[in-house]
Ligand binder design. Structure first.
Ligand SMILES: NC(=O)c1ccc[n+]([C@@H]2O[C@H](COP(=O)([O-])OP(=O)(O)OC[C@H]3O[C@@H](n4cnc5c(N)ncnc54)[C@H](OP(=O)(O)O)[C@@H]3O)[C@@H](O)[C@H]2O)c1
Length: 280
C-alpha cells in the first residue's frame, strides 16, 4: 500500500534527500517548507510555517508518517505542532543531533510524550558543513579557522536520509535512537587535504585563534551562545579521534559514504568558475 509521508525541512540539506529517496521508493510525498521549490516530479509541495501551526492543517491531513526537522534553537511551539501531527500520523522520525543540546533533548522529550511511534536520528557533523570553506577555496585562499586538530566523523547527508527513509517506511525502528557518523574520523586539516586532492590543487590550512574565529562569527550575526557552543565543541574534538558508529550500514545495508565521495560529488562548489578561455 502506498504510504503518505510528510517531510518537513524538505528543501534543506537532509530533507531534500529524504524527499527524493521517498519519491524514488514510490511513497506519496508531501514536502513542507515556507518556500517549497525544486522538488522531484510527483512530489506535492506544501508551503507552511512551522512557527505558525495554523498553516499546517492541509499539510498534516491524512499523513501516516512525518520526517521532522525543527529549524529553531528552542523547542517552544513544538508541542502544538506535534498535537496537529499526532491527529493524523502514527509515526515520527526526528532529526536531532549527536550533540543533543538542551533544546534538542527537550524536543525529544515532547516527541516521546506525543503518543506517536518515534525514532530519533542523532547525526554527527554533516559533510556539507565543508561548504562553509567553499568561497575561500574558490578564491585560492587558505582555510583560516581554529582547531585544525579537531576530529570529526563527517556523515554524508544522503546516508542520514537513507536511515530516515527506513525508519519512516519500515517497522522495527520504534523507540530507536540512531547515532549516525561517516566511516572515518578526520581532523579539519585532513578534511582540507582531502578537498585539495579531489579538486586538484592543494588547500592550505591557516590556524586562526579561537578569539579571531569568535569575532568573525559574531560579526556575521551569530548569537554569542551559539558561537561559544561551537568553539567549545571544536576544542573538545581535539582530544583524539572522533567516535565512529556502524549504524548507517546496520540500518541501510550499505556502507556509510566517505567524506572523499561527498567532496567528489560537490567538487564544482570548490573550484574557481571555469573561464571562457578554458572551455574552448
Ligand atoms: N549541520 C550539522 O552538522 C548538523 C549536525 C547534526 C544535526 N543537525 C541538525 O539538522 C537540522 C537542520 O537540518 P538541515 O541542515 O537539513 O536543514 P537546513 O539545510 O538548514 O534547511 C532548513 C529547512 O527547514 C525549512 N524551514 C526553515 N524555517 C522554517 C519554518 N519556519 N517553517 C517551515 N520550514 C522551515 C527550510 O525551508 P524554507 O526556508 O523554505 O522554509 C529548509 O527546508 C538542525 O536541527 C540541526 O541541529 C545539523
Amino acid at each position: 500500500m502506498t504510504q503518505r509521508i510528510l517531510v518537513t525541512g524538505a528543501t534543506g540539506t537532509v530533507g531534500r534527500h529524504v524527499t527524493a529517496l521517498l519519491a524514488e521508493s514510490g511513497a506519496e510525498v508531501r514536502a513542507l517548507a515556507r518556500r517549497p521549490a525544486a522538488l522531484p516530479p510527483a512530489v506535492e509541495g506544501v508551503p507552511a510555517d512551522l512557527s505558525a501551526p495554523g498553516s499546517l492543517r492541509a499539510a498534516v491531513e491524512g499523513v501516516e508518517a512525518v520526517f521532522l526537522v525543527w529549524p529553531f534553537a528552542s523547542a517552544e511551539g513544538l508541542e502544538t505542532v506535534l498535537a496537529a501531527v499526532a491527529g493524523h500520523a502514527r509515526r515520527v522520525v526526528y532529526l536531532s543531533s549527536a550533540a543533543v543540546r538542551d533544546h534538542e533533548r527537550q524536543a525529544e522529550e515532547l516527541i516521546e510524550r506525543s503518543g506517536m511511534e518515534w525514532t530519533f536520528l542523532r547525526p554527527h557533523a554533516f559533510a556539507a558543513n565543508a561548504l562553509r570553506w567553499a568561497e575561500r577555496i574558490r578564491a585560492g585562499q587558505a582555510v583560516r579557522e581554529p582547531y585544525g586538530r579537531a576530529a570529526m566523523a563527517l556523515v554524508h547527508e544522503r546516508d542520514i536520509a537513507a536511515v530516515a527513509v527506513r525508519a519512516l517506511t519500515r517497522d522495527g525502528h520504534a523507540g530507536a535512537v540512531h547515532e549516525l557518523t561517516g566511516p572515518h574520523s578526520l581532523t579539519q586539516t585532513e578534511q582540507a587535504h582531502v578537498l585539495g586532492e579531489v579538486i586538484g590543487h592543494s588547500v592550505r590550512w591557516e590556524e586562526a585563534s579561537p578569539d579571531e574565529a569568535r569575532r568573525g562569527m559574531l560579526a556575521r550575526g551569530w548569537p554569542a551562545a551559539a558561537v561559544d557552543g561551537v568553539l567549545r565543541a571544536q576544542a573538545a574534538m581535539t582530544a583524539g579521534p572522533a567516535r565512529v558508529t556502524t549504524t548507517v550500514e546496520e540500518v541501510t545495508g550499505r556502507a556509510a559514504r566517505t567524506f572523499r565521495s561527498w567532496v567528489s560529488e560537490h567538487a564544482d562548489a570548490f573550484r574557481p568558475a571555469a573561464r571562457l578561455s578554458d572551455l574552448g
